[in-house]
Design a protein around this ligand. Structure first.
Ligand SMILES: [Zn+2]
Length: 452
């Protein structure tokens, strides 16, 4: 969510948050593998280092920039520690489906049995470094399609907005992907029923191509046909009516704060108060708050990688994070960079991003990244953004996406007046901290919300 002067366009917010991942479903999707010469460095296993680079976006097709050279990432080992669910408490069960083959960017149909005591579940996929992972389809035991890979009708604006994944993002059980690892809560609205029986789903693993390709097609994404780790977290206890979210706030040196100064920083404290206030109506309060120094090395600014601002350096932040003991991770940096078009960097107006809608369950390499550069100039807006991003992490979508006419799948948010909620995407147009009862139904199902 971005912060800035009034009348700032909403585009930056949606690109950084709601915009899902790269791939345009349809006939064009397989055309491009290893097609253009500029991509060859990421197509063969025999290429270890490529051209010189400063940031990942300098490298072909989602390659990473390491020590000034582009390196091939799809040969990376599948390291899932900290991202795949671990240490589940009583009341949750992990179905570990292991490493699953991905063909043409998709897992096969996978299935599991849910008993009558299952309240809801999270699908989780963890991919390779450089990948984008997205839930593509979910089918309920009665055949209902909760997540659909394809949008009902082709809409170029939606395709652009959701970076090629408009189907999942506009499904009854809205789902979006993320770099490296993604999760989906099912059901993620009280309007959809949980039901016992055999559930079937499919996940995707792609590389974001970053826009127009050599054939003039934009948002075409390449399959990343390496295994991915897949699991299902079943909730078998009712979510808490009264819950708390514990927080770990970690401060990179570039943020201008550290563990000591942040604990007494008035804007930080104001933001925490706003989080507490926003979710109190739905029974969720801020629990323990721990302040840490973040010792990892990060590029400055942190590049989110255009055009959709979802990849780039964000996984690096969480590659270097310490375990949080179940607390939600908030990492503070100086500022973002995201060049959506040549010479157009919207990163400077981005206050924060949640690395997932929802964040990964029972994983500590995930959370919200927050830029402090706007904190002191826009303290109230900045605080509101922090609360808004926690809403994303806990599973809430925007009440409306840009001007697309795409609304959330929550019945008690008013589509006639989507601005009047915390989850409206532009803080410059709305100061609301309102979270509805049905939105509370969603957030209390995230395991980051513990009983209190
Ligand atoms: Zn948002």
């Amino acid at each position: 969510m971005r912060v800035g002067p009034t009348n700032t366009p909403v585009e930056g917010a949606r690109r950084a948050e709601a915009a899902a991942l790269p791939r345009r479903l349809g006939s064009s999707r397989f055309v491009l593998a290893c097609f253009a010469p500029m991509w060859l460095a990421s197509c063969g296993d025999d290429v270890d280092a490529g051209p010189e680079c400063a940031v990942p976006s300098d490298c072909p097709l989602g390659g990473d920039c390491v020590d000034g050279s582009c390196v091939q990432l799809d040969a990376a080992t599948l390291d899932v520690e900290g991202r795949f669910p671990a240490d589940l408490p009583a009341g949750f069960t992990l179905i570990d489906l292991g490493e699953v083959e991905v063909l043409s960017g998709e897992t096969p149909d996978l299935s599991f049995e849910a008993s009558g005591e299952v309240d809801s579940f999270f699908l989780v996929g963890v991919g390779r470094a450089g990948s984008f992972v997205i839930p593509l389809s979910v089918r309920a035991p009665d055949g209902s399609e909760y997540v659909l890979p394809e949008a009902p009708s082709r809409d170029a604006r939606q395709d652009d907005y959701f970076a090629g994944f408009a189907g999942p993002a506009t499904s009854p059980n809205r789902a979006v992907g993320r770099p490296r690892a993604a999760a989906a809560l099912v059901p993620n609205t009280p309007a959809l029923a949980m039901m016992p029986g055999t559930w079937t789903f499919r996940l995707g693993q792609f590389r974001m191509t970053g826009g127009v390709d050599a054939l003039g097609l934009d948002d075409v994404n390449l399959p990343l046909d390496r295994t991915m780790r897949v699991g299902v977290v079943l909730r078998t206890q009712a979510p808490p009516d009264e819950g708390a979210v514990d927080l770990v706030l970690s401060f990179h040196a570039s943020s201008g704060l550290d563990a000591s100064s942040a604990a007494v920083d008035p804007v930080i404290q104001n933001a925490l108060g706003l989080v507490d206030e926003a979710f109190a109506d739905v029974g969720v309060r801020v629990g323990t708050v721990e302040y840490r120094d973040f010792g990892g090395e990060l590029p400055e600014p942190l590049d989110l990688q255009g055009p959709s601002c979802l990849g780039g350096d964000v996984p690096r932040v969480f590659d270097q994070i310490e375990p949080s003991g179940g607390a939600l991770q908030l990492v503070f940096i100086d500022r973002f960079r995201c060049e959506v078009r040549e010479g157009v960097d919207i990163g400077q107006n981005l206050a924060a991003i949640s690395n997932g809608v929802p964040g990964l369950p029972f994983a500590y390499r995930d959370g919200v990244v927050i830029a402090t550069t706007l904190k002191d100039d826009y303290p109230d807006d900045w605080s509101l953004v922090l609360a808004h991003e926690l809403g994303h992490f806990l599973g809430l979508n925007h009440t409306v996406e840009g001007n697309l006419g795409v609304y959330d799948n929550i019945a008690d948010t008013d589509e006639e007046n989507p601005v009047d909620y915390l989850m409206y995407p532009n803080v410059s147009e709305s100061r609301s901290t309102r979270v509805t009862r049905d939105q509370g139904w969603v957030v209390r199902r995230h395991p980051a919300v513990r009983p209190r």
